[in-house]
Write a protein that binds this ligand. Structure first.
Ligand code: CUA
Length: 341
């Protein structure tokens, strides 16, 4: 079997990274498997720095081993002192200038990569998404399309002949969070009172997972990100579906009334109904999402019921209170929520 030698360091590193991030869930969070130009630029920089560090490491270790072996004490009692040398201008010049040159070159490359990866200047025709970090979920607003959703961001794929750059404006509703989807882009912090911006493109379709990368409290580890990258047509379809208010037929379900009566409406919005709270995620199209609780668990009847029964069991410390609902009310509410396609 042929082994591509150039892939060995990246495979080893990928293995180490996976070992460090994989225990809880089998998400691909590898920076070494880029699916867009920003992530590719970061991977290139990582490879360059690793290669330079490897050369320095090998040079130091081989010199050390050579000296240990070559200059070892050969007899129990040496006859005379070895020659004593004080200072060497060429050697001192070499080990001062060498590292300065390496650091200088790396600084230039890093600055170039950061500018390239973050797309500091907005790309022409970029689609804007406002990302608001909350303890412990993500709010996504599409100001150009007038859409609001939570936890699962949909974006169109970017092709060489049809670029679809994305421009994120990152804000926080409470503490510092950090938006990180390793296969698509580098991480950028969401800082209260200081909006940050970053741009990226997704070169592949699929679901890309991410993770809040700044400790933000008890459920930081469960503040996960999903980016659904679709064809432009699928994305348009999704936008159209998100535009529609909640399904009219659902109004006849008893859960609809309960949603308002049981104070769910104080925190959550379901467009087209009296529910207009903005503290928790917008639930207008909850049933169109694959997961709930910031991508922690699949969005199904069992999990929705468990969540309504007591959110704190699934997400200890989470901001949604236990409303002490009866099993009947939970069943009605779940039936209603499941209609919100
Ligand atoms: Cu949000 Cu950690």
């Amino acid at each position: 079997m042929a082994v591509d030698v150039r892939r060995i360091p990246s495979t080893l590193l990928a293995g180490l990274l996976l070992a460090a991030t994989a225990p809880a869930r089998a998400a691909n969070l590898s920076t070494l498997d880029p699916a867009g130009p920003s992530a590719a630029a970061i991977r290139e920089l990582l490879m360059l720095v690793t290669a330079i560090a490897a050369v320095i490491f090998l040079a130091v270790v081989s010199t050390l081993i050579y000296c240990i072996v070559h200059f070892r004490e050969r007899s129990a009692a040496p006859e005379a002192e070895p020659p004593q040398i004080y200072g060497s201008t060429p050697i001192e010049t070499a080990w001062t200038v060498g590292p300065i040159l390496i650091v200088f070159v790396l600084t230039l490359v890093i600055i170039r990569t950061v500018v390239e990866a973050r797309q500091v200047d907005p790309q022409p025709g970029a689609m804007n998404v406002r990302v608001i970090g909350h303890q412990w979920w993500w709010e996504y607003q599409y100001p150009d399309q007038g859409v609001v959703t939570a936890n699962e961001m949909h974006i169109p794929v970017s092709r060489p002949n049809l670029a679809r750059p994305i421009r994120l404006r990152l804000e926080s509703a409470d503490v510092i969070h950090s938006f990180w989807v390793p296969r698509l882009a580098g991480k950028t912090d969401l800082i209260p009172g200081h909006p940050n911006e970053m741009g990226f493109e997704a070169a592949e379709e699929g679901v890309f997972q991410g993770q809040c990368a700044e400790y933000c409290g008890r459920q930081h580890a469960n503040m996960m990100i999903r980016i659904v990258v679709e064809t432009p047509a699928q994305f348009e379809e999704w936008i159209q579906a998100q535009h529609r208010p909640a399904v009219a037929a659902a109004e006849k379900l008893s859960g609809s009334g309960l949603f308002v009566a049981e104070t769910c409406a104080n925190c959550h919005t379901i467009r087209g109904t009296p529910a207009a709270g903005t503290v928790g995620p917008d639930l207008t199209h909850l049933a169109s999402r694959q997961t709930i609780a910031a991508a922690e668990i699949p969005n199904d009847r069992k999990n929705l019921s468990a969540w309504l029964n007591n959110p704190d069991v699934l997400k200890p410390g989470c901001r949604m209170p236990d409303l002490k609902l009866s099993q009947n009310d939970i069943a009605s509410l779940v039936s209603y929520l499941e209609t919100l396609r």
